[in-house]
Design a protein around this ligand. Structure first.
Ligand code: GLN
Length: 468
């Protein structure tokens, strides 16, 4: 009830696209009964959570923040939704996001998520024209956790979409090793890079959620085949034997003062308090990660989005009332699809479909698509090599200071070049986490990113736990 009240009070932050209060009350009651009988369903029983609106929930709309899927109600649960509902957790709602996960401000057909830090600091009733953004694309999830509405949230991270808003909203955002958590039921952005991510306020809750979700899934053939060994957080770990790498390519021109400060401050903590060994390392090919990310993501989008034609499902234009009579009408099927798409897909999505199709043209395929795959492999190799020298990397999470909405709107970028601290971890498939570090001079949170070797999520989370 506290969560529901909070969600109602924070309605003007645009955090939820759809609330599930009735379901939540029902689940909470059942959870209460289990507690009375001393038979909780799991460690997560009774904990409140939210799910990003690109993750399928049976009988609950899953819009991806797009008019295209405004009325789409999945007939099945994503594996993560199913597992969490079975764990006794209480779903409060589906969270707002950038359309189909493309963007970094959680600005969608359903409004823009406002950063709870800024708004809570002032007055909730204040109808601010301008506000700080919450980052994205899982900004609704981050804001739901940071504002105290829920204990954890499930997002998706393709290029940084869980870590970026976590840094901006002051919570923890974790992207696991590729294949550790099933993506069955996640509406894809880029199949090579998509991961389900977890956002929380504490590392304990994070590990409890991961232990519930991780492991092979017959419905997702890309999940790791080996059984997942549950992670436990060590109370007292010593960092004496740990080497932390500071990548020298991660000092790009224009890196904001607050992100630089958060980075230095955090390195200092590992050095002075943890007595970890700090070394400078190099990942020469990460400088290409945004080009690689943009080409491969556009190509995947071009391919994945052919199903959104508004015929079988998705937005139908008012015009095509009877699909069986399309042949007799004075416009053809292609025009009908065009109209459906024009009316319901935003500018960024349409630009990516167009650029993806361009990269995939017969004459461009080798030059862009194949080349980007080669670069992907070079980046993977860089990460393999660097983890022979150190156990963990530390980098900024974000590039910019948190933007005001009005400034974000002026940017008009199809891809956020500034995602490069985070996107390289998706390209390499390695686990990464953003943890809160400092408050900026505007009194907004700034996180820092830790990256570990492929399948060393246990080490990553234990060190993150030490840090927070
Ligand atoms: N900003 C990135 C993009 O627009 C983030 C995507 C993501 O991780 N979902 O593609």
């Amino acid at each position: 009830i506290r969560s529901i009240n909070k969600a109602k009070k924070l309605k003007n932050l645009n955090i939820l696209i759809k609330d599930t209060f009735d379901l939540a009350l029902n689940q909470a009651e059942k959870s209460h009964e289990r507690f009375l009988k001393n038979t909780p369903a799991s460690k997560l029983d009774g904990k409140t959570f939210s799910i990003k609106d690109n993750i399928s929930t049976k009988s609950i709309t899953t819009t991806c923040g797009s008019k295209m899927l405004d009325n789409y109600v999945p007939p099945y649960n994503a594996t993560v939704s199913e597992k969490l509902l079975n764990s006794g957790s209480v779903l409060i709602g589906k969270t707002n996001m950038d359309e189909f996960g493309m963007g970094s401000a959680s600005s969608s057909y359903y409004g823009t998520v406002k950063n709870p830090y800024n708004v809570l600091k002032d007055s909730l009733d204040q109808n601010l024209d301008d506000f700080y953004i919450s980052g994205g694309s899982s900004g609704g999830s981050a804001a739901s956790v940071a504002s105290g509405m829920v204990e954890f949230s499930i997002g998706s991270d393709t290029g940084g979409s869980v870590r970026n808003p976590a840094s901006i909203c002051g919570c923890i955002g974790y992207k696991p090793t590729y294949g550790l958590i099933s993506r069955h039921g996640l509406i894809p952005l880029n199949n090579y890079f998509d991961t389900i991510g977890i956002m929380t306020r504490t590392t304990d809750t994070l590990v409890d959620v991961l232990n519930e979700l991780a492991g092979p899934d017959p419905k997702d053939a890309t999940t790791l085949k080996t059984n997942f060994k549950k992670i436990s957080l060590e109370d007292k770990i010593s960092l004496n034997q740990i080497t932390i790498g500071v990548p020298k390519e991660f000092f790009p021109n224009g890196l904001s003062q607050s992100n630089l400060e958060a980075w230095k401050h955090s390195v200092g903590i590992f050095d002075k308090i943890g007595n970890a060994k700090i070394i400078s390392v190099s990942l020469p090919n990460v400088t290409y990660s945004m080009s690689c990310y943009s080409v491969l993501t556009s190509c995947e989008v071009a391919s994945n989005f052919s199903k959104f034609d508004g015929l079988r499902f998705g937005h139908h234009s008012e015009l095509n009332l009877d699909i069986n009579k399309v042949d007799q009408m004075d416009y053809n099927l292609e025009q009908v699809i065009k109209k459906n798409r024009d009316e319901s897909l935003g500018q960024v999505v349409r630009s990516r479909i167009a650029t993806g199709n361009y990269f995939l043209l017969k004459n461009n395929y080798e030059k862009y698509f194949v080349k980007s795959h080669q670069i992907k492999q070079m980046i993977v190799n860089d990460f393999i090599k660097v983890f022979n020298q150190c156990d963990l990397l530390i980098t900024p999470t974000c590039f910019n200071d948190t933007l005001l909405y009005s400034d974000y709107m002026k940017q008009n970028e199809v891809f956020d070049e500034k995602d490069f601290f985070t996107s390289c971890a998706n390209i390499a498939g390695v686990p990464a986490i953003s943890v809160p570090s400092i408050m900026s001079k505007n009194n907004l949170p700034v996180g820092v990113q830790l990256i570990a070797k492929w399948k060393r999520d246990d080490l990553l989370l234990n060190i993150a736990n030490w840090f927070v």
